[in-house]
Design a binder for this molecule. Sequence first.
Ligand code: GLU
Length: 440
Amino acid sequence: MPVKTTAPNSAAKSVKQPSVNGAMAAHEANPWAQAMEQLDRAAQKLNLEPYIAERLRHPKRILTVSVPVKMDDGSIKYFEGYRVQHNLDRGPAKGGIRFHPQVSMDEVKALAFWMTMKCAVVNLPYGGAKGGVICNPKEMSIGEIERLTRRYTAEISIIIGPDKDIPAPDVNTNEQIMGWVMDTYSMTIGYSAPGVVTGKPIEVGGSLGRREATGRGVFYVTRELAEKRGFDLRKAPVAIQGFGNVGMNAAKIFQQHGCKVVAVSDVMGGLYNEDGLDVDQLMEYRRKHESIAKFPKAEKIPADKFVEVECDILIPAAMENTINGGNAARIKAKYIIEGANGPTSNAADRILNQRGVTVVPDILANAGGVTVSYFEWVQDMQAFFWDEKQVNAKLQDIIVKSFRDIYDIHETNKVDMRLAAFMLGLRRLAQAVRIRGMFP
Ligand code: GLU
């Protein structure tokens, strides 16, 4: 059986699980509360001026919009949407748009805060933002999704723009949806503005390499970690939770580099094959069926037990909080590379740290996506496009350098990698705040 309920493997020390009461579980499930705890921890470590930490507890701009959509049956349905610009001190706001039934204001605020930190960590000249619409695109037709996207874009067009706030894909949004964002915004201003959004189709100003960029960044940080820790990446079984843009491309790139992907999952369920799964076949299967859960050549694992699967490297690339106080003690992986945003709760982080499990945090591990988004925006602004080799080489430079900077902080200060990443990002951000000073 791939999921054992026995004690974790010898590489990781066993730690007694805390009892999770209702209040604690609610706190753990609130991404904004989690994010603010992470901020406090780093601010304290850096001895940061209180007014700077306080600034980051108050998102700069929050817009709530009502999005009326004409449904296929002729009825009008209202959806609630948000755009949060968390911080603009280092440049225009940047961050994706998420379509999901569980979107909430606190989730969007947390995701926007993590974008602020992520852009600072990889030193992009951006602040952080995020958008979301409470909806279930799985139950909507393509026409309904297009109308939702266009109306939501029109509603937030008062605060977005190539110099102001540049959206991108996130959970359940893709290149086509970004194409509609670009078109809708361009229609409202009267000329084409490809720089208003990234992750667009190549034909309308997208960048080569953007689609694979997050997965590629996940691979680069894992390869760096293997080098630092002295293990052979090709002998370390990999499990990937989520088979969307991040998970699928990570699986593909790990396999291309000779690694063994032993487990993958989506919302419907997980798969395990000790000898390795054929990622090309999985991708083919997914093209034909909605889900990979019934892929034949593998053992089936329940989705909610997936993170406990037997592996060395676990890549959570789905939603927040999938690794939490309730399962962290049973994780078998020695290394967790966060492809998703906020997949590990702070309670889980503490348990994993005590057990000697290394977590490469989201704000570094999945920063490949926004890094190539930045390249896309630069290309759009210059109307001059790069080849894929150039994109991937520059991506590698940025991710490897950021990893090494963070690893140095992790070693010299004897702090976990999440705290190290926060320290790096926060230092840069604080410097920008000090230099700019207070208006008026
Ligand atoms: N949604 C992605 C993230 O969370 C990409 C954001 C972007 O490219 O702006 O990093």
